[in-house]
Design a protein around this ligand. Structure first.
Ligand code: SAH
Length: 555
């Protein structure tokens, strides 16, 4: 039994909304002590302090206490106050929050980082939830749900099963007999062929046969396909509306290998298969490299044939830039991708920077400086095994960083998602003023990956082309003269007053920003944690800020 307690009008209104959905009742505070032993959960529409004082004398031990949830007057938060796991308060707070459009506040260690619930999982997969989502969600958060993933979707870490499993959540595009909740992901493409002038009802009946004869769930259908000849076939278009029909030339479909070709069809249409071939071809196109298979062979109803192809899931590699260091200079999608991953690969210092964002259970593979290629290869190999992997790097992970070695090694057997990050040049520029307001270039002075003569040539070209130039990897203990040589190249082409800006540890503790005229800039102050920005001939200092004019007049 779940009891609700409210003392204000707003509280009573919120309680009434919760009551109708959760099968719970509003009670008087005076009844609390008497009800307590029989309660499964108690929701207080009160401040946490008031709630604590009310329940404190009643609390016994966590194995028998009900879950206690507290909702604030403005109904912004549903706080799981006590009995998070065994009392079910975490799950109750999540459900109450869902009803009220509030934020669930969950503080138990294993859940604090915001586990992926059933809705979250469905969202990641773009899946439809079929079954009792609330029961599945509660069981998942309680560690009492088994997740079956027969197609092998790359999933984030899920709550460990700690108790007697009482619920099964199956990720499938098949209609299943097993009890439990199903997440139906959009994996299927249905191919349709027909005679001219078929009624929509026949198409609908044929589609139904995919369910009755092949057990595929039509909610998993992501697209419909056919041959060009059928692009305006009214019965098909009406049956699948509002979905669209993708069509392909007969000769394209003729090249697709299918199990059930027909010579009669070939003679009429120019391809021995329409339904199977169109399903497979469209699935391959949509899957962009994902493996494709027939989920339901050609099935006929009257003058309509249908078949379903499945786009199989692939492992997932997210290449995530973390920005220069400050939490609020990291794009929100980076955190989402870190939480989506079951394995995070990266340099130790960057992993530490985001460890608090990871879902409990995330596997972390750290490595030291240097073995960049090995790290990239590891990440790719893990994704190729079907896992959800995040490869992290500072700034943008594609700028003098891990994305290149990773994608040189990655095949079409994995899905790759890039999340851009604020690169050092942008972080530095924002601190310096507006140095990048006109054409600019990034040059790394590291000769680890590039021979010095090549770097020298590019530096000279940038100097001559009057480009604002950002130097990455400007100077290290063993590489101390290159920045000076580069600045000399610029001195030959730009006024000696041209501003040079430098930022060390942008967005990190100990950040330092300074500028000097090109003639006086001292390379000795620069190290590997610094980005140097050399202005163009038009760059000026304005009120202490480095500004490169846009260079045109408004008319
Ligand atoms: N992927 C990174 C760059 C890696 S190369 C990015 O997009 O920012 C490493 C160089 O980047 C350093 O030598 C330094 O020149 C620059 N850099 C990286 N982070 C920086 C920061 N927080 N402040 C200043 N420069 C930084």
């Amino acid at each position: 039994m779940i009891a609700l307690f409210a003392v204000t009008d707003a509280g009573r209104r919120a309680a009434a909304e919760v009551a109708s959905v959760l099968d719970a009742r509003l009670h008087e505070l005076a009844e609390l002590a008497e009800l307590w032993p029989r309660l499964d959960g108690a929701v207080f529409f009160l401040a946490t302090g008031a709630t604590v004082r009310l329940v404190a004398p009643l609390l016994g031990d966590k194995h028998t206490d009900p879950g206690v949830v507290c909702v604030d007057e403005a109904r912004r938060f549903a706080v799981a106050l006590a009995g998070g796991h065994e009392g079910g308060a975490n799950a109750l707070a999540t459900r109450v929050a869902a009803v009220l459009g509030a934020e669930p506040v969950i503080t138990t260690a294993s859940d604090a980082a915001g586990r992926t619930g059933v809705d979250g999982l469905a969202g990641l997969l773009g899946a439809t939830v079929d079954g009792d989502a609330a029961a599945a969600g509660t069981a998942l958060l309680d560690g009492a749900a088994l997740v079956a993933n027969p197609l092998g979707f790359p999933l984030p870490p899920l709550p460990p099963v700690t108790g007697e499993p009482r619920h099964t959540i199956t990720i499938t595009d098949r209609l299943a007999a097993e009890p439990g909740t199903r997440l139906v992901p959009p994996t299927l493409v249905v191919g349709i062929g027909s005679a001219r002038g078929v009624p929509a009802a026949d198409v609908t009946a044929a589609l139904q046969r995919l369910e009755t004869e092949h057990g595929v769930d039509l909610r998993a259908v992501r697209a419909y396909a056919s041959v060009d000849l059928k692009a305006d076939e009214a019965g098909i278009l009406a049956a699948i509306a509002p979905a669209e029909l993708r069509t392909f030339p007969a000769e394209v479909l003729a090249a697709v290998d299918v199990p059930n070709p027909s010579e009669v069809v070939r003679a009429e249409v120019g391809t021995a298969s329409v339904a199977e071939a169109a399903a497979l071809h469209a699935a391959a196109e949509l899957g962009a490299g994902a493996p494709v298979e027939l989920a339901a062979e050609k099935t006929k109803h009257r003058n309509v044939t249908v078949a379903a192809a499945r786009i199989r899931p692939r492992g997932r590699l997210a290449i995530v830039g973390l920005g220069p260091g400050a939490d609020d200079l990291r794009v929100p999608r980076a955190a989402a991708e870190l939480r989506r991953a079951s394995v995070v690969v990266g340099l130790d210092q960057y992993v530490e920077q985001v460890r608090h964002l990871l879902v409990p259970g995330t596997e972390v593979r750290v490595s030291g400086l240097g073995d960049e290629e090995q790290r990239a290869a590891d990440a790719v190999a893990l994704a190729a095994k079907g896992l959800a992997v995040a490869l992290i790097g500072s700034g943008d992970a594609g700028i003098y960083a891990m994305a290149s070695p990773a994608l040189e090694a990655a095949g079409a057997d994995i899905e790759v998602v890039g999340v851009p990050g604020v690169t050092a040049a942008l972080a530095a520029a924002a601190l310096l003023g507006a140095p990048l307001g006109h054409d600019h270039v990034l040059i790394s002075l590291s000769d680890l990956h590039t021979p010095w003569p090549v770097i020298e040539k590019r530096v000279a070209a940038a100097a001559e082309a009057d480009l604002v130039t950002c130097f990455y990897n400007p100077r290290s203990r063993d590489r101390h003269w290159q920045l000076g040589a580069a600045l000399d190249a610029f001195r030959a082409h730009r006024p000696s007053a041209t501003p040079v800006g430098a930022v060390r540890q942008a967005g990190r503790p100990g950040q330092r920003v300074w500028t000097a005229p090109l003639a006086d800039f001292d390379p000795a102050e620069v190290d590997m944690l610094t980005t140097v920005v050399v202005g163009s001939s038009t760059t000026r200092m304005v009120a202490g800020r480095m500004v490169t004019p846009r260079g045109y007049r408004w008319s």
